[in-house]
Design a protein around this ligand. Structure first.
Ligand SMILES: *[C@@H]1O[C@H](CO)[C@@H](O)[C@H](O)[C@H]1NC(C)=O
Ligand SMILES: *[C@@H]1O[C@H](CO)[C@@H](O)[C@H](O)[C@H]1NC(C)=O
Ligand SMILES: *[C@@H]1O[C@H](CO)[C@@H](O)[C@H](O)[C@H]1NC(C)=O
Ligand SMILES: *[C@@H]1O[C@H](CO)[C@@H](O)[C@H](O)[C@H]1NC(C)=O
Ligand SMILES: *[C@@H]1O[C@H](CO)[C@@H](O)[C@H](O)[C@H]1NC(C)=O
Ligand SMILES: *[C@@H]1O[C@H](CO)[C@@H](O)[C@H](O)[C@H]1NC(C)=O
Length: 379
């Protein structure tokens, strides 16, 4: 679920490619590891073998991905895939469901399509890995890392330098609060109270992550929930966005942003948090980059996912949306590039990912000796 992406300059993107190449040349990523928590916007295969309906490991998903369908809910790379490439990782961060034999020291992706902050979110569609369970899974990874590095202390020192990317919450609305016939939340909470409850539960999870080594957080806000093709088709009037649903995203985002301030005061000595504003629209005078923003590229099922094996639109880069909920790789590219290197503080607050990790690169260089050299061997 992503904002309608409007105008954006091509120039900064070209510059970014130049610097991305530079990072690749010296073969070293800007952070040693990235851990990813979230939903279908970041999932890279965790749902493939789950008894659940949000799945995307079939054609035409992955039509523009090097190895075809993987369980990513888009035609190519997700935003966080692209962010990790820009950070200098040569391989994509593997899904927790398939980490055996892969290098967990570079990070793990726990995201699960349909997942929410709340445990009951998406229950009606089957089993999904909610945020709490994603943290449980991370606990498993942390003890494996401790075994490899020799102690929990060493693991924590190592994890302190990693990036923690958390992009979750859309389903707590789309597959919970907005479905009063299936979930009671809208009868229990006002919109303000619900956003508050979500931010509180998210914060507890972020504190728990801090307890097991997290220090650098990227917290991604919700996109315009009322502007997905699904919302427009099912609840929009005259093909326009559902303002009321967008209002929920704005409330959630404002609270998430102020929670970033709370965290930065509380942890000013040892942690950094940034907020990414996914409802951001640039107000530039550039003409729209995308031609179609209110219809999906692939013919979609009632549930909003692509119909298996149906031919998608020809020019994917002209579409904001791939299916009725998820952005195309072209949208993800813009989101990723401005998350990494934003020229506008309205988009990344209080800094972009590039500045968040700058400090880490320095730290890492200073402490290289602490990291054992036998990292590649498994335990
Ligand atoms: C699982 O990981 C292995 C080794 O990295 C890879 O070859 C395989 O394609 C992966 N499978 C899935 C379903 O991601
Ligand atoms: C949600 O599930 C997690 C993991 O199973 C559990 O630790 C937590 O207590 C649950 N939260 C609620 C509110 O039920
Ligand atoms: C929908 O569009 C029609 C034609 O443009 C207009 O007459 C009507 O008032 C619109 N309805 C709403 C609810 O905006
Ligand atoms: C501040 O940090 C401490 C741990 O260092 C934690 O126990 C406390 O709950 C945090 N408070 C807030 C508001 O995040
Ligand atoms: C996100 O950006 C939009 C402008 O495009 C602004 O209206 C909104 O207030 C911003 N949200 C937050 C939480 O800063
Ligand atoms: C695809 O769309 C982009 C953006 O509108 C356009 O620049 C490009 O020429 C199109 N490519 C083709 C092959 O139509």
């Amino acid at each position: 679920m992503e904002s309608m992406i409007k105008t954006w300059l091509v120039m900064p993107i070209l510059f970014l490619y130049a610097s991305y190449l530079h990072y690749c040349v010296n073969g070293k990523s800007q952070v040693p590891c990235v851990f990813i928590f979230g939903d279908s916007l970041s999932d890279c295969g965790n749902n493939n073998n789950l008894p659940t309906s949000p799945k995307s490991n079939y054609s035409p998903y992955g039509i523009d991905f090097p190895v075809g369908p993987t369980g990513r809910f888009t035609n190519g790379r997700t935003s966080v895939d692209i962010i990790t490439q820009v950070l200098g990782f040569e391989k994509f961060i593997p899904p927790f469901a398939n980490t055996s034999g892969s290098d967990i020291l570079k990070g793990v992706n726990y995201a699960s399509g349909g997942a929410g902050i709340r445990n009951e979110t998406s229950k009606a569609t089957g089993f999904v890995i909610s945020l709490g369970l994603q943290l449980t899974n991370h606990g498993v990874t942390v003890s494996q890392i401790a075994t490899r590095l020799g102690s929990l202390d060493k693991a924590q020192q190592y994890l302190n330098k990693c990036l923690y990317y958390v992009n979750i919450g859309s389903n707590d609305y789309i597959n919970n609060y907005f479905l009063p016939e299936l979930y009671p939340t809208s009868k229990i909470y006002s919109p303000q109270q619900y956003a508050e409850a979500l931010i509180q539960e998210l914060s507890l999870n972020l504190l728990a992550l801090h307890g097991i080594g997290a220090r650098n957080y990227v917290l991604v806000g919700l996109g315009r929930l009322g502007c997905t093709p699904n919302a427009i088709y099912t609840r929009g009037t005259n093909g326009s966005c559902v303002d009321e649903e967008n209002a929920h995203a704005f409330i959630f985002n404002a609270k998430l942003k102020s929670q970033v301030n709370v965290f930065m005061k509380n942890f000013s000595a040892d942690s950094k948090f940034i907020f990414i504003n996914s409802t951001f629209e640039s107000d530039g005078q550039n003409s729209d980059r995308f031609v179609v923003s209110n219809a999906p590229c692939c013919p979609s099922k009632l549930s909003g996912e692509c119909i298996p094996d149906e031919r998608p639109c020809y020019n994917r880069s002209e579409y904001v949306f791939w299916d009725e909920f998820h952005p195309t790789e072209a949208s993800n590219l813009l989101t990723a590039m401005r998350s990494y290197d934003s020229h506008n503080s309205g988009f990344t607050y209080p800094m972009d990912i590039k500045h968040l990790v700058e400090h880490e690169t320095k730290l890492e260089l200073e402490s290289t000796n602490e990291i054992p050299s036998n990292l590649g061997t498994s335990s």
